[in-house]
Design a protein around this ligand. Structure first.
Ligand code: CTP
Ligand code: MG
Length: 264
């Protein structure tokens, strides 16, 4: 694993699934998004490094673009299991979930496209699941007002912003809960917790981190490059502070901290 820290090993066995098989159509540029460089290293490598630097993750399974499984396996090293992803994100996660070791009791699902996620956020999500919450998601309040519109773009209503949250990853689950959720078919959702909600299981929110934003469109990549230059800790070069729960890394604080600090 080169100079990387070892995967954590204490207490509950925690796997992190990384869906990385998307094409990155909104970002453009030809290369699959997970392999697009950010500060000279592929985004996927940075996302996996954040999981390695966490204290809680003991296994990492990556769903790669099907034609690039070997390339991605070489890139990430032997401590990461790489499998072929599917046509949709749910297919990639479902395949990766079936490649998780038997003794894993907690599963985190983390987008490859969130390369600046602080390891402390990974640990905070895992800790909340280990503490007894069956499903845990990191969230932030919204900057923009959200409108519900009809197919013609006419506004139907304006939900009060105070009650809305933007959802990030990693999302954490008791393994049996996530497996049951992924056994459901044809539930249209845009995140893993959406499937768990469909099961009727309560989903708990914890404060997200601004750096954990998803690189989706070209300006996001510019922002990520600029942040990386400002935040040495986000470069994976710092090995010191990866303490878990409740107190995110110095990098988070430097960038304005998290929102609320309690379980929601
Ligand atoms: N993903 C995946 N398998 C798919 C589609 C998406 O593993 N069939 C992954 C992406 O690689 C990404 C994460 O899911 O890490 C979040 O998806 P998104 O940001 O939508 O990435 P893409 O699908 O690659 O981008 P786009 O929708 O713009 O094509
Ligand atoms: Mg997509």
């Amino acid at each position: 694993m080169g100079g990387s820290p070892q995967l954590g090993a204490r207490g509950a066995r925690v796997a992190a699934i990384v869906p990385a098989a998307g094409r990155g159509e909104r970002l453009g540029g030809g290369t699959p998004k997970a392999l697009r460089p950010l500060g000279g290293r592929p985004m996927l490598v940075r996302s996996v490094e954040a999981l390695r630097r966490s204290e809680s993750v003991t296994q990492i399974v990556v769903a790669a673009p099907p034609t690039l499984v070997e390339v991605v396996a070489q890139l990430l090293g032997r401590d990461v299991r790489v499998i072929a992803g599917g046509a949709e994100r749910v297919d990639s996660v479902r395949r990766a979930l079936s490649a998780v070791d038997e003794d894993i009791s907690v599963v985190l699902v983390h987008d490859a496209a969130r390369p600046l996620t602080p390891p402390a956020l990974v640990d905070a999500v895992a800790a909340a699941v280990i503490a007894g919450h069956p499903a845990v998601i990191p969230v932030l309040g919204l900057a923009d007002t959200i409108k519900e519109v009809d197919p013609d773009g006419r506004v139907i209503r304006t939900p009060p912003r105070d009650g809305l949250r933007a959802v990030q990853t990693p999302q954490g689950f008791r393994r049996d809960v996530l497996a049951a959720a992924y056994a459901l078919r044809d539930v249209p959702v845009t995140d893993d917790a959406g499937l768990v909600e469909a099961l009727g299981v309560r989903v708990t929110t914890i404060p997200g981190a601004h750096e954990a934003f998803k690189v989706t469109r070209p300006p996001d990549l510019v922002l990520a490059e600029a942040l990386l230059a400002r935040l040495p800790a986000a470069d994976g070069s710092a090995t010191g502070n990866n303490s878990a729960t409740g107190n995110n890394s110095g990098a988070v604080e430097a960038y304005g901290g998290t929102d609320a600090r309690r379980l929601g």
